[in-house]
Design a protein. Sequence first.
Length: 121
Amino acid sequence: MYNTENYLWGWVAYTSGVMCLLWVAWYLLRNIRFTSLRQILLMVAAIFFLTPVTAYTDNAYLAPAFFVSLYEGLISNGDPGFQRGAAPILAFTLFGLIGYGLIRLVLWRFKKPRREISKNE
């Protein structure tokens, strides 16, 4: 069985790979005209890949939720199936979208208006 240090280094390698994938996603999405849509897509991708859940129900180690969901939904014959990994992903996505909306609202509310530069100056 793996120890805590093995799981830590596994998460370091996994997070590095996810950051590379998110950089590629940002590079592919950089030409989208709507900034909010681009930011929401990147946020949802980060939430999907980085949401942790316990790897096994009787173990305290964490694993990516979508891997756990795939494993339990496709291979394991347990009761939860896809739900054990999908529920946290959906919850974090919902909270992320609500938080993003609130932050955008606050920034829009307190944003200083740009003053127009007249041609005479």
